[in-house]
Each structure stands twice: as C-alpha cells, then as structure tokens.
Design a protein around this ligand. Structure first.
Ligand code: BG6
Length: 494
C-alpha cells in the first residue's frame, strides 16, 4: 500500500490533551481541513488521561481552537470535530493497549479507513519508551511499509539516551517511517534557504570563504520559560535550541549542493556539514561558548524565581557560540550562534556578512561590507545591504537595504510550520524531518559542549530581560572584529 491519503488514515495522538496538541497539532489539522485537502474518511484519535466524555472533550477543544486557530463560526468547528474522537486511557498502563488496538480496528472498519496509521508521540519524553514498547508488543504496526511514527523533540537528553531511544524506534518502525520533528524545518523561510542559495547565481557563486566573511545565526525570544520550569531546568538553551533548531539552520546554510532534491540526498549533505564541524579542545570550546541566565526586571521574574525552577539553578537560558567548518568551502569563516529567552526581540534570522571589496576605489570612505539577511520569523523575507551614493551629495556613500518582505504581501500567509509537517507525513515525504545520523552527530557535539562548560565558573544571572544576552556574547565577536546584527541597527533612509 502507498503512503497516500485517498484511502483515509487514522492519526493517533498520545498526549492528546497537552499543550502541543492544542496549540499546534489540532489547529494545523483544522487548517488542512479548511483547505479541503484531507479525505472524507480519516479520524484523529486523541488519547488522554483526563476523565472527559466526548462532549466535554469537544468543549475543551472548542476553547483551545478559539484561541489557537481561526474559527469563524461554531458550525465550522462542529463539522471538523466529527473527525476527532477522544479516547480516555492511561498510556502508562500496559494492560490497556490491547483494548486500544481493538478500538482502532473498530474505527477503521466502521468508517472504511485503510490500515494507514500514523502515531504521534506528543506526550512528555519520559513516556516515549513505554508507549513504543507497547505499540511493538501489541502488534500495532500491522503494515510496516506504511505505519508511521511522529516523535517530538527533545530526541533524548544526551547521545547515550538518544541512542537507546532510537534503537527502540528502529526495532519497531522502519527508519523511513520515523518522522523526527524539528518544527523549524516546517517554517517557510527555512525551506526557502536552498532555493535562495541554489537557484540564484548571484548567491550560489559567492557562497564560500572567498567572498563570505562570517555568518550569524540568531534565534531570540522575548518570552521566558512559561509553564515549563521543571522540564526547562533539566534541559537549558543548549539542549532546547542549539542541539536541534540552530544546528539544522547551520546545515541548510552551509551544506554542499545535493545531487538532487530527494530527502536522502539533502540529508546526506546536511549530515556532512555537522561531521565537518572543526574539532575544538575543551579549552577552545570554553573560549567559544558564552552562557547566560536572565535576572529580574520590574515585574518580570528572574529565571530562578520561576515556578518549579531550582532557586540556585545554573541552567542556561542563553547561549552564544562560535564554530568553524573544516572543509574547502568554509575554512576560515566564523559561524556565530545566539539563542535565548527574555531577549530584546522575537527574531530568528541568518546574517551572511560578505568580505570587503579588494582594492576598493572607495577605501577612504566610510563604507560597510555587503550583507544578506534571511529573515525567518516573525517577519519572513530577505534583506540585501549594499552601498550607494547618497543623492544630491558629491561623494557621500551610504549603506541601503533592499527588502523583500514575504509576509508583508497582501494576502500572503505562510502556512504554520505544523501544517506543512503534518501534510508531509500524510503524503510520506520525510524531507523536512531529521534522520538518525543527523541527530546522532548533533548530540556528539552538544554532549562535548555541555561537558566542557560544566566547570566554567559562571555568575548567574548575568543578563536582564530585554537585553541581548550577557556582554560576554558581544566580546566573543569583538575578538574577531565582528558585531552582532541587531534589528535596531538602523540604516539611513535616503
Ligand atoms: C521549542 C523550544 O522547540 O521552540 C522552546 O522547546 C522555544 O523553548 C520554541 O520557545 C521556539 O519556537 P518558535 O517557533 O516560537 O521559534
């Protein structure tokens, strides 16, 4: 059987009443439903531990969708809700799985749905193992060619733990049917990176160490840790953002041209980037990594004052880092990363800073090197910065920006990352999901960073809400005569 959706499908969510399901998964399904691209015979089976009747659940879901999706009227909701079934079950209880299996079989028979099942692990990570073990032991995977599994990050807590989880997964599902979710890959502008690079000769021909001076990758957030104190305190920014989203951004920016656009060719090249990250000693890692934790300001609590966070916590809420890629394309180019909570702006962007013109005729003028800024969120677009003569002056040169704003266009609305990711899983396209070797290499790197930083003497908190991390992050770049790009750096309007 093919992984198509025409014959219907069952989508079974473990952790069905959690935040992720309500904020992202169901709203994304609702959008797909409104776009009329789902078949008539599908069911979403929500497995949760709460004592809900179907009616209670619909009320709960209606409230969630009213907040996180655009429902125009109750009929819209009721028509969509027909596809959703609430199934109360304690998924930590092994004895209940045979009954769940029978329930799924009955639903498939009743609604003429092919045995085309997608299991989604949206529960907390410590439950992944027991759920997968039970799916395996109770033969939920009847047709291994099409039974799929979507699994949320974090994929493990370290290399060893991720390996054990992966062994269990590949023992249960085929690798091509395991969809490791990194929701950044569903973002429109991330998918655009390869197009920008490889379909434009003006970029393709300059994308190397001959012309590029350095690259900055930033993902800053203004929010704190919200209600995730317990989880975040044992995770920290390195595991939460760097291990996955930031390294995925790096792979796309730095990879060689894949031989074609198949998922494996793209992933082969992405993996090579991670393999080629220059090996640093412990001392070098320490010199190139800056950690931060936010303090309090006004009525914003310090990280250590957040609920379920250790009052003496040394968990980082900010990380900045420099690394290099040891291959002919990138040797000598610095890659800088920066991500954190409670920073000045919500912004994810890649800044490609080009070198200065050689033998520049205008060397005595105050000119800036060119840069290309790929804006990922909240604004999506591309900004190119170049120098031009200021009109009505004799010899004044000013930097200007050419700005392509993708989501400023009237009527343009980039699909939410999860909408794209879910639809790809339904179609069986794994391009936007991470393969095990990518995850494995990134954990090797991250474990090493965490180990090396363990003994760093740090004084936390070291930045205030609204700042762009601790001052050491600026010093990291200053050592190389570089400066972080901040949106508030304005350019002259001519
Ligand atoms: C998640 C992290 O993966 O990404 C969160 O666990 C973070 O801590 C979130 O807030 C950021 O996602 P986005 O799409 O808002 O940039």
């Amino acid at each position: 059987m093919n992984k198509t959706i025409e014959n219907g499908f069952s989508f079974i969510i473990f952790g069905g009443t959690g935040d992720l399901t309500n904020r992202k998964i169901i709203p994304a399904f609702f959008q797909l439903y409104k776009r009329k691209i789902l078949p008539n015979n599908f069911k979403i089976i929500i497995i949760g531990r709460r004592e809900y009747t179907q009616k209670d659940y619909y009320e709960f879901l209606y409230n969630a969708l009213s907040k996180f999706a655009s429902i125009n009227n109750k009929d819209d909701f009721l028509n969509f809700a027909k596809y959703i079934i609430y199934y109360k079950m304690d998924y930590l209880n092994n004895a209940l799985y045979p009954k769940l299996k029978q329930f799924i079989l009955d639903i498939e028979a009743q609604y003429y749905i092919a045995k085309n099942r997608i299991y989604y692990l949206a529960s907390s990570q410590e439950h992944f193992e027991i759920i997968i073990q039970n799916l395996k032991n109770n033969h939920f995977i009847e047709d291994a060619t099409i039974s799929r599994l979507m699994i949320e990050k974090p994929f493990g807590k370290n290399l060893e733990n991720a390996k054990a989880l992966n062994e269990l997964l590949v023992d249960t599902f085929k690798e091509e049917n395991i969809y490791r979710v990194d929701h950044y890959l569903g973002k429109e502008m991330l998918q655009n990176i390869l197009v920008i690079r490889f379909s434009n000769i003006i970029f393709e021909s300059l994308w190397n160490n001959q012309f590029i001076d350095h690259i900055q990758i930033t993902s800053s957030e203004t929010i704190g840790i919200e209600n995730r104190g317990k989880l975040y305190d044992s995770t920290g920014a390195i595991r939460d953002m760097l291990q996955n989203h930031m390294l995925q951004l790096l792979s796309l920016v730095a990879m060689e041209k894949p031989k074609d656009l198949t998922p494996d060719s793209i992933k082969d090249e992405k993996t090579k980037v991670l393999q080629n990250i220059k090996h640093y000693s412990i001392e070098e890692i320490c010199e190139n990594v800056v950690l931060g934790q936010y303090g309090s300001k006004g009525n914003i609590k310090a990280y250590r004052e957040e609920d379920n966070v250790n009052p003496n916590s040394m968990t980082e809420t900010f990380v900045a880092m420099r690394l290099e890629i040891d291959n002919p394309r990138w040797r000598g180019v610095n890659f800088y990363f920066r991500t954190g909570k409670r920073m000045a702006k919500k912004c994810t962007e890649i800044v490609v800073q080009f070198k200065e013109v050689q033998n520049n005729l205008y060397k005595d003028f105050n000119i800036l090197p060119n840069s290309l800024i790929i804006k990922i969120q909240p604004m999506e677009g591309i900004i190119m910065q170049f120098n031009t003569k200021k009109p009505r002056t004799i010899n004044t040169i000013v930097p200007v920006q050419m700005d392509f704003c993708q989501n400023c266009e009237i009527g343009f609305n980039s699909p939410e990352a999860y909408e794209r990711l879910l639809f790809d899983v339904l179609r069986g396209d794994s391009t936007l999901f991470t393969r095990w070797d990518e995850v494995e290499i990134s954990w090797k790197l991250i474990d090493k960073i965490i180990d090396s930083c363990k003994n760093k003497s740090l004084t936390f908190p070291n930045y205030l809400p609204g700042e762009n991390g601790p001052k050491e992050a600026d010093m990291l770049l200053a050592r190389f005569n570089h400066k972080w790009h901040n949106e508030e750096d304005n350019y002259e309007n001519i």
